[in-house]
Design a protein around this ligand. Structure first.
Ligand code: AMP
Ligand code: FE
Ligand code: FE
Ligand code: ZN
Length: 285
């Protein structure tokens, strides 16, 4: 059984449509794939219609959250959510708020880049967002098209990283509120790439303990951005706290070099996740 529980389509910041993504998953030999676009469920219906026979699709999402330490600025925390009710009103409202927040902050980043002579046009970037979820990868692609950067990765390294003068934060969901919303909607919240230091500051173990007390059910242990030591630490923490351990590629199509199924989830851990999710059902034969 090959299981990849974290992928992005063009509905958020991946480059393949949900149908293309599922075809990629099937071609890579996956038995189970989760569609986890940022802050939206817009790909779920398309995925259901386009699902290749034999492939199980777990409906999911990656919710943009923040952890507020006592003595430092907030830390970005990505919360994977699986099998929740897409019509749960409070969670749907929070997704909408986050998408609106993304629009406002991306427009600010683009305006600042344009003011410094980088030829990026906001209208074109928004038009290029098929699913309506705008993120820095869309700005990165525009910078590549404009000849300002050689690649999406280069655009991040030079202009879009979290320490850049062009970086604008967004008012992401307080993570304990996000966990509570996902649980209220019958979903399974899993902390995504929790120790990926390349993305910015990461939380300490005490935050993960607090998140567990708030209802967190899993940790993404095997992720391309985690070192072997970070994976071992998270695996130990998951065992100590009674959490599900997952593994996934965080596939983004051509926006990242990582192939689908680069990291995978143990079938027993998937069973625990399926048993915990009550808000929606996996799509399967
Ligand atoms: P945002 O959600 O707008 O803050 O943008 C963050 C997203 O950018 C993440 O979900 C990643 O998909 C992507 N990202 C971050 N760093 C890189 C990078 N170096 N190369 C390509 N994509 C990246
Ligand atoms: Fe992304
Ligand atoms: Fe993420
Ligand atoms: Zn992701």
């Amino acid at each position: 059984m090959l299981i990849d529980l974290h992928t992005h389509s063009s509905v958020s910041d991946g480059t393949e449509s949900p149908a293309e993504l599922l075809a990629t998953a099937k071609a890579a030999g996956l038995d189970v794939v989760a569609l986890t676009d940022h802050d939206t469920t817009a790909g779920w219906a398309v995925a259901e219609a386009a699902r290749p026979p034999g492939l199980t699709v777990i409906p999911g999402m990656e919710l943009s959250c923040r952890w507020f330490p006592a003595d430092q600025p907030p830390i970005s925390v990505h919360l994977l959510a699986y099998l929740f009710d897409p019509d749960h009103p409070a969670l749907a409202a929070e997704r909408l708020r986050l998408r609106t927040e993304r629009l406002g902050r991306a427009e600010k980043i683009v305006a600042a880049l344009a003011a410094d002579g980088h030829p990026v046009v906001w209208e074109r970037i928004v038009e290029g967002c098929e699913g309506g979820v705008v993120g820095r990868p869309h700005i990165a692609r525009a910078l590549v098209e404009a000849g300002v950067a050689d690649s999406v990765d280069h655009a991040f390294a030079t202009l879009l990283h979290h320490g850049s003068p062009y970086y604008v934060a967004k008012a992401d969901t307080e993570v304990r509120d996000g966990i509570a919303l996902v649980r209220a909607a019958g979903g399974v919240p899993v902390f995504a790439h929790g120790l990926a230091t390349a993305r910015g500051r990461v939380v300490g173990d005490e935050a993960i303990v607090t998140m567990t007390e708030a209802g967190l059910l899993g940790l993404e242990v095997d992720h391309p951005d985690h070192t072997p030591q970070q994976r071992e630490h998270l695996r130990g923490l998951a065992d100590d706290l009674g959490l599900i351990s997952t593994g996934s590629s965080d596939y983004h199509g051509a926006n990242k070099p990582t192939p689908i199924a680069a990291c995978t989830t143990d079938p027993g851990q998937l069973e625990a996740l399926l048993a915990a999710g009550t808000g929606s059902a996996p799509l399967r034969d």
